[in-house]
Design a protein around this ligand. Structure first.
Ligand SMILES: Cc1ncc(COP(=O)(O)O)c(C=O)c1O
Length: 469
């Protein structure tokens, strides 16, 4: 009989020679008592069980120290264990932790701040949530309700959540596979290829491509041959396009700057709403507060989450006011959403961003990182390409720079060796051959050197193993 995934994982823990005692015990405990659908075994053969963190460092249950380039998937942008946040949590909890769904002073303060710091000089309204996925759900619902149209376009490789609503937008076959039958697959969702220029779906080269990735959408919306629109019959069924300004969970892939600009033009031409999912790209990681600011493009709806809560669940969508005008009392209830404790923490996090000038510092460190990663890529033939801005960094590994054959096994080895050398980053990519780095945005040039000293060593080792040097 075919073995179940958790049985195979148990065997891999049994056979792992590098796993330390308390980590091993915790991994068995996890496999015995939790469902195995978490991400940990998709990253390493020997995932560490993390017990505590401070700043950019985390420690596992056996006391091993790591540089954290995952940060709770870009949640701990301010670093771990900030005492200022801890103090606010304690004070707010004593004062008021939660009062169902109604505004509190902390919540009103946060909402006004979000309106102030998000792009767009128009009137805006905010809907708070708890997770990225629940806010994306609300964004889709609001876009459809407001436009009275059903269709949504998202992009292959995009990740917008994995609940029953957002999974239809998310283009991850690996996740769809574990639904039976196929997920609540919303029939009014269409996917288009994202501008992953290193491997352009349309076989074009950046510079001469005339942004085929946007043109393709335009061509179809201008034709009479899709259910989304038929201009000859005055039919427009497209409510919105949802897009990550940079595609994160598919490997930290950055499109050309013009991409968002062209999408905005398309939205204005065809009259659909533009939704930016800044859940991972936002909150300073790219050296600006929001990644879309690099292209100076303003969406109609922006969704944010993760780092806004600095370690507690918080998300939000910020939209043109009129998009919410049709919603009536009780339309968007969510027990904990907008809870006073989470709002107080988010307010403190945003204050820390200002006091510590986190975004400016991240941009500066990003300039240094650009130099270091360039040197690294020039030295190591296994590096096919990389994308970097601020401390947003994805590196793609190939067996041959000419053929671009994905170095899948080698990337996996690099990730495992990084873990052994005390550096945790994310294995991902369309072909499983990219590593993304999501450090706290407080990263310093000294820490960049530390990270790349490890990268240099483990990459050389792997290049030798695969006869690439
Ligand atoms: C871009 C993006 N959108 C949405 C989500 C979903 O957020 P959550 O896991 O908080 O539901 C994520 C999570 O990784 C994300 O990276």
């Amino acid at each position: 009989m075919q073995k179940k995934p958790y049985e195979l994982l148990r065997e891999s823990v049994d056979n792992c020679t590098t796993v330390t005692p308390k980590n091993k015990e915790a991994l068995y405990d996890f496999l015995e008592h939790e469902h195995p659908g978490c991400c940990l075994f998709t990253k390493w053969d020997n995932p560490p069980i993390i017990e505590r963190g401070k700043g950019s460092r985390i420690w596992d249950v056996d006391g091993k120290e790591y540089i954290d380039c995952i940060t709770g998937m870009s949640s701990m942008n301010i670093g771990h264990g900030d005492e200022r946040v801890a103090d606010v949590m304690s004070e707010q909890y004593k004062k008021l932790s939660h009062w169902f769904d109604f505004p509190t002073p902390e919540r009103l303060k946060l909402v006004n701040k979000l309106i102030e710091i998000t792009p767009g000089k128009f009137e805006k309204k905010v809907l708070l949530g708890l997770s990225g996925a629940d806010s994306i759900d609300q964004a889709i619902r609001a876009a459809r309700y407001h436009t009275k149209r059903p269709f949504i376009i998202s992009f292959y490789g995009g990740y917008h959540g994995a609940n029953m609503g957002t999974l239809a937008l998310t283009g991850k076959g690996g996740m769809h596979r574990w639904h039976n039958p196929v997920p609540a697959h919303d029939t009014c969702i269409h996917h288009f290829p994202y501008p992953y220029c290193y491997r352009c779906t349309y076989g074009k080269e950046y510079g001469t491509c005339e942004m085929q990735c946007v043109k393709a959408i335009d061509m179809l919306l201008s034709s009479c041959e899709t259910a989304m629109a038929n201009p000859l019959s005055n039919v427009n069924n497209l409510a919105a396009v949802i897009v990550e300004p940079y595609q994160s969970s598919s490997g930290y892939i950055m499109p050309p700057k013009e991409f968002l600009v062209e999408l905005r033009k398309l939205a204005d031409k065809h009259g659909f709403l533009l939704i930016f999912d800044e859940i991972q790209t936002g909150m300073g990681r790219t050296g600006k507060m929001w990644a879309c600011e690099h292209s100076e493009v303003v969406p109609d709806i922006m969704v944010l989450g993760k780092a806004l809560g600095g370690g507690v669940p918080m998300s939000a969508l910020v939209a043109r006011s009129e998009i919410f005008d049709d919603f009536a009392p009780g339309a968007a209830s969510n027990t904990y959403a907008g809870y006073a404790l989470g709002c107080a923490v988010a307010n403190k996090v945003l204050e820390i961003y200002e006091i510590d000038r986190l975004v400016e510092n991240c941009a500066k460190t990003g300039e240094y990182l650009a130099k270091v990663v360039k040197e690294y890529s020039e030295k190591h033939p296994i590096v096919g390409t990389y994308s970097q801005q601020g401390v947003y960094l994805g590196i793609e590994y190939v067996m041959d720079r000419e053929t671009k054959e994905p170095a899948v096994a080698a990337t996996h080895d690099i990730c495992n060796l990084m873990r052994e050398s005390g550096l945790l980053a994310q294995l991902n990519g369309y072909y499983g051959n990219r590593i993304s780095f999501l450090p706290p945005i407080t990263l310093t040039p000294l820490e960049v050197d530390e990270i790349f000293a490890i990268m240099d060593k483990v990459t050389s080792e792997v290049e030798k193993k695969y006869n690439l040097v």
